[in-house]
Design a protein around this ligand. Sequence first.
Ligand code: ADP
Length: 186
Amino acid sequence: MRIIIFGPPGAGKGTQAKMVAEHLGIIHLSTGKMFRDAINQGTELGKLVQSIIDEGQLVPDQTVVDMVEETIASEDYSKGYILDGFPRTVEQAVAFDNMLERRNESIDVFISLHAPDEVLIQRLLSRGEGRSDDTEEKIKTRLEVYKKETAPVMEYYQQAGMFRSVDGTGTVDEIFQRILSALPKK
Ligand code: ADP
């Protein structure tokens, strides 16, 4: 199964994607985590994206698209995956569609996790992972970037018919159960 989990920063994409991946035996691909790992390892990619991520801005589309394309080409991804943090712009969504078409594949479901801004901000401020972009000012920037650049991705998938909206408030387990109910039965 190929799944996209989508939502604003703080919606719980990372937490839920990890649980869904374990449950289904598929891979969890978080573009944000890949970038943070690259930064920690001091790779060329890490050096390229560090200041962008610290500022709460988006990494250039082509950089992300190339990274995803290279990643999903690996044999491990053939059983399926859950994408967390990608596509994050309409341009990325279009590039991803083309990529899938070339591979003769498609997405089974697009899960849109939603929660009110107050809940998102509270979660990000209290998550305590020490992320350089989890300060009050950078959270504000990330939410603005989400509304302007990322939210339109939802409309793109709403037209495509595999769109599911899931309430992202409540406990981790409540949300997980809602997501499981939203997955296609197969
Ligand atoms: P969150 O959803 O909490 O903002 P992520 O781990 O998904 O956290 O992303 C962290 C940062 O990584 C983003 O603010 C952005 O700078 C960068 N990033 C991750 N995925 C993408 C993407 N698909 N396109 C552009 N930038 C990205």
